[in-house]
Design a binder for this molecule. Sequence first.
Ligand code: HEC
Length: 214
Amino acid sequence: MLETASENGDSDAAYLLGLLYKQGKHIKMDEDKAEKLLKLASDNLNPEASYSLAAIYSEKKIPDEAAIKQLILFAENSGKVAAKVAAAYVSAGMSPSKAVKLQRMGDYNWNENMADLFIPVQLPDGTIPSQATILSGYATAQRLCNSCHLPGVEKAPRIGNKYQWRNRDIDIAKMSKRIMDGYKKCPPAISAHNNPSLQSVKDSIYFMLWTAFK
Ligand code: HEC
């Protein structure tokens, strides 16, 4: 049934069938067929298919970075959360194929990649955070902040997005205090479940600013 529908140009059917071929669920796994069907659905502007296709392209020996980036951005603009995360990594300086892989792995190797990516950046307040600060900040942000600041929940300024940070008063002492205590829709970093030190919250703010201004 899916087969007929996808031949008739139904992009949802092509997407679902493509996934089944990719995962080898209920049918024999066939990566070429999966790629063709997902490409068909993606060409018909199906954002889910576009992101799955980006994942297939990212696994190739020589990934087509421009094509992957385009697929991520299209899926991101259509509101796909996974694509938003990958897009944030791309704007933080990561290659599109690496960003998709990392998002799909659930971030486990970010620290390794951060080490590859590190470049010193002067922030608007004149400080140049060290790599150790950025790595420590990433670890805290990953635990307590990224869930909102990567996708931009409730208009939280997004990681890697300079335009959403540039009009804020970049005063780290003031910001750290705000974030410890809670500020508008940014919840207090200290809660019943978390007890981060002021220093680690500071580092996570440095991390966010670093991704935005680099
Ligand atoms: C539940 C979602 C959420 C979480 C979790 C979260 N934030 Fe926020 N954050 C927001 C929102 C929303 C804003 C925008 C507040 C505003 O200006 O209206 C914000 C704003 C900020 C700002 C800008 C504040 C200013 O002074 O302009 C900083 C810095 C920040 N967050 C850091 C953090 C850090 C560090 C963490 C983790 C310890 C964190 N946030 C966790 C939602 C969140």
